[in-house]
Design a protein around this ligand. Structure first.
Ligand code: HEC
Ligand code: HEC
Length: 470
């Protein structure tokens, strides 16, 4: 079994136990369909019996047999027709399903609706294009948004696929899947966005809607847009007749609907890649893909699988190609970004400035959440600051960062300024495991031919594979 050994070896403050690595974590559901108390405002103050706690059940049969753990869903669905008619009673399973279906359909329409934005021109799908696993169709380093559609962002757009597996953020993560040893501290892990600063899809959706450089909207504008939208009636049906009279309740229901849409299994975690078919014994990999897989897994070569898990979990669930650890890999500064025109500005990930709760905690500086590599071949921009635009370039970085640093970092007066996007006082946070364990003079981790093989393997992680296309 692949093990990441001492991922946090330079970060002893995270560890009380000798790290035995973390091999697997799967099917963790974060974007829980929490059609819960946060929506109580949406039923217009209708008295309602508080229902007993949530139950675990599959929302969709599509979950079963695909390894995704069943979605957690509350039996009480505020804002449902039952609640809005003022009949205080619990809900049947069928009613819960119906409400999830309504919210999914609404969330989908909102996801594609530019009228929710301040400019009227930008929807979630502008940056999260469904044809590209919900990443941008263009190859810009960062996207341009804002009320005037001229404001550049500061981070590359991540995929929205497979987020159901991201655990809530924890400073000290103890993986119950980890060889049964929950005493292993895997370090900071989980949370949504590159720095893990929110745990729920609804809280996350608030960020782009209100961001001055993304959708630049307000709860009022969003509520006005919903009132005028073709789905206004469906919205009232789902959340109650009075919901549109209350701007805050409307905004919350919008966020919840987007979260619910993002949990549609067949859209967001279909597990239909060639690699999934290969794991299921339904196809074979080409020689190049197999060599790439080998290099990806080899602890003395790429050691990629120590963070980007490639094997099934013990319970048989499919690999997510991330353990969701927050890690510093020393990505070079992207000098093309507007924020980086200020030489004093650093995007330090978990310690800020976008994330604020861990500010001043030096051990979190430079850490970004390990992204899934599923569908990575559909992406046009890589790493949190969007500095690279081909998988070959990303692989060259992994293979040669330490053997040939001058190829990635500025050279000033003959000296390489390594790790130029992370102030020196945080360098102890940088990962030092393979492939980051070499020095100048050593052979690079991969040859050019090996890079091609690993890229061929990464191509097997794209969803929608069909035997006939092979
Ligand atoms: C202007 C481009 C843009 C728009 C529009 C946009 N996003 Fe994003 N999205 C991003 C970027 C950039 C990030 C990473 C943010 C960060 O790390 O701070 C992100 C992150 C996310 C994440 C977390 C992904 C992860 O890996 O944890 C989710 C979920 C998400 N967006 C959903 C949405 C939804 C829903 C909308 C519409 C309400 C939306 N986005 C609109 C650019 C955009
Ligand atoms: C120690 C953990 C770790 C190891 C080992 C590791 N990665 Fe990563 N990987 C990360 C993190 C963290 C990021 C995001 C870094 C950032 O943007 O600052 C990342 C980003 C990536 C990306 C860009 C994805 C995107 O959506 O932008 C690719 C591709 C990738 N890794 C492939 C690999 C391959 C191939 C290997 C083996 C050669 C590997 N990784 C080894 C943690 C790791």
């Amino acid at each position: 079994m692949l093990q990441r050994l001492a991922r946090q070896s330079t970060q002893t403050q995270f560890q009380t136990h000798a790290p035995a690595g973390r091999s697997s974590r799967y099917g963790r559901l974060l974007l829980v369909v929490g059609v819960l108390a946060s929506l109580t405002a949406c039923d217009g103050g209708t008295p309602r019996t508080e229902n007993t706690g949530g139950v675990d059940q599959g929302v969709s049969g599509a979950n079963e047999g695909r390894g995704a753990k069943p979605m957690k869903i509350a039996m009480s669905v505020p804002g449902s027709t039952a609640a809005s008619t003022g009949q205080p009673h619990g809900q049947s399973r069928a009613e819960v399903y119906a409400q999830v279906r309504r919210m999914t359909a609404l969330g989908k329409q909102m996801f594609f609706d530019p009228s929710l934005s301040g400019s009227g021109k930008m929807s979630c799908a502008t940056c999260h294009n469904p044809d590209r696993a919900f990443t941008p169709a263009n190859a810009l380093d960062v996207q341009i948004g804002g009320a005037d559609m001229h404001r550049p962002g500061m981070r590359a757009v991540p995929t929205l696929r497979y987020l159901q597996a991201v655990p809530p953020f924890a400073e000290h993560y103890h993986d119950s899947d980890d060889e049964g040893d929950e005493s292993v501290d895997a370090g900071p892990t989980g949370g949504l966005t590159w720095d893990g600063r929110v745990d729920r899809g609804a809280d996350q959706a608030r960020i782009p809607l209100l961001s001055s450089f993304e959708m630049a909207s307000t709860p009022r504008k969003v509520a006005d847009a919903v009132r005028a939208a073709p789905y206004a009636n469906a919205f009232r049906e789902a959340f109650g007749e009075q919901v549109l009279d209350d701007e805050e309740a409307t905004f919350k229901a919008v966020l919840k609907s987007l979260e619910t849409f993002e949990q549609t299994p067949e859209v967001f975690y279909p597990y239909t890649s060639k690699y999934d078919a290969y794991l299921a014994g339904r196809t074979t990999l080409t020689a190049a893909e197999l060599r790439g897989l080998q290099l990806f897994n080899d602890e003395t070569k790429g050691n990629c699988a120590s963070c980007h898990i490639s094997q099934r979990a013990k319970d048989g669930s499919p690999p997510q190609f991330s353990d969701f650890g927050l890690i510093a890999v020393g990505v070079p500064r992207n000098r093309a970004l507007a924020v980086n025109r200020d030489p004093r500005f650093f995007d330090l990930g978990a310690c800020g400035p976008e994330r604020t709760d861990l500010g001043g905690r030096a051990e979190f500086c430079g850490l970004f959440r390990t992204p899934t590599l599923r569908n990575v071949a559909l992406k046009k921009t890589f790493f949190h600051n969007g500095i690279y635009h081909s998988l070959e370039d990303v692989m060259r970085f992994y293979a040669r960062r330490d053997t040939n640093p001058d190829e990635f970092y500025p050279v000033v007066k003959g000296k390489v300024k390594k790790f130029d996007d992370l102030p020196r006082q945080y360098w102890a946070n940088l990962n030092t495991e393979a492939p980051f364990d070499r020095k100048p003079g050593d052979a690079p981790v991969f040859t050019d031919a090996e890079i091609k093989d690993v890229v061929a393997f990464l191509g097997t992680l794209t969803d929608g594979w069909q035997p006939s296309a092979h």
